[in-house]
Design a protein around this ligand. Sequence first.
Ligand SMILES: Nc1nc2c(ncn2[C@@H]2O[C@H](COP(=O)(O)OP(=O)(O)OP(=O)(O)O)[C@@H](O)[C@H]2O)c(=O)[nH]1
Ligand SMILES: [Mg+2]
Length: 392
Amino acid sequence: MNDEYDYYEADKGNGKGHGRWTESIGGGLFDSLRDLWQWDGLAAEIGQESQARVAFVGLPGVGKSLLFNRLRGWVISGREGTAVSDAFELEADLRLESLGVFVLADLPPCLVEAGPSYPDMMLNLGDPALVIYLLDATIGVTADDYRWVAALRATGKPLLAALNKCDLVTEEVVIAQEACDKLGMPVIPISAHTGHNVEDRLLPAMLDAVPRLAVPLGRELRGLRRHAARRVIRQAVLLSGVVGVQPVPLLDLPFQVMIQVGVVMRVGAAYGFVPTGSLNREVVGTVVGSLGIRYVALALVKFIPFVGWAVAGLLSGAMTFLIGEAAIRYYEAGAKAPFGRLIMRPRERLQQGRTQTRVWLQQKFRRRPKWVTAVAYPEDEVLEVEEVGDEK
Ligand SMILES: Nc1nc2c(ncn2[C@@H]2O[C@H](COP(=O)(O)OP(=O)(O)OP(=O)(O)O)[C@@H](O)[C@H]2O)c(=O)[nH]1
Ligand SMILES: [Mg+2]
């Protein structure tokens, strides 16, 4: 296999502004793989994933705007003097503000008899992939909150509840538990003001509830990119491993390629590089070309029953992991370096492994040099080093 990559800068005039690469790929099998599948279909699917929306909903004043501003890192929603025309006033006081991936919805406290029904109101929300219902910790769960949560739950959409303004209450745990019991669902205590539990609990819970949000959330929130990318990789590694365990050599190859190309494209999309037609071909070529020889190893190991199949599963997962991590490095560097080089070659990996092992062994079994004695002073427990010198 030819490992030489001929890298050249992208045509800056084409508006894409990221590097491209070519490489020669050994074997007609891999060449034909590139054309076999509907890569554009995969790209379209990822493009669609990046259109997914998250709705922050709640009664007026619960902190939707502040939470959104905190996530974006600057004041966009609810600024002083912001005209109401930025938002859409809908029937019965439902007010929607559409801000990129996020939709903020002020729900009216209760619906008037003659007004639209709850399902009609849901339609106004559009089709968010995830709804986050915000509660006010200083007020607790009201009957209106309950009605809205019940109506949202009935739509079958993934729904999370967060108890905001926890910085203003002293008994956060008790109030959260009470809200939990009243609503019959988990409630995440947060503070949009201090950021408490926003990045470490709310965002991961959003990705857990709807994994395909990794792409749009990563693209929108810089701080979340690596986390979102790792989420994508973790899922793909599992899938790769499960598919890789099947015993017939080469049967899972198309799926592995699809998963691995998908991981690179999704990581790219999370970093703002939504796949386009020409980039697809290059990504496919590089992924298949870089992993080519390993695919052969995977096929061979499957000839050993049971143990070989398990090893193949592990190897498949490891390959997907490597490809995904390489994709993170590639897109973090602005998609300029040749991607193939970022997937470590076996020789480099072996060398790195050897160095790491040597360092570990040295640390583990290092003998203290004869000329150094450690003297511990019990009164202040400070360890001092005294040089003894060459006393012979
Ligand atoms: N202390 C504290 N104040 C908060 C928190 N979240 C929101 N607030 C305050 O609550 C008030 C309302 O917050 P907004 O973010 O405007 O709430 P909203 O849900 O967007 O309100 P509307 O758009 O008017 O429905 C503001 O004065 C915020 O500063 C929080 O976590 N802690
Ligand atoms: Mg607001």
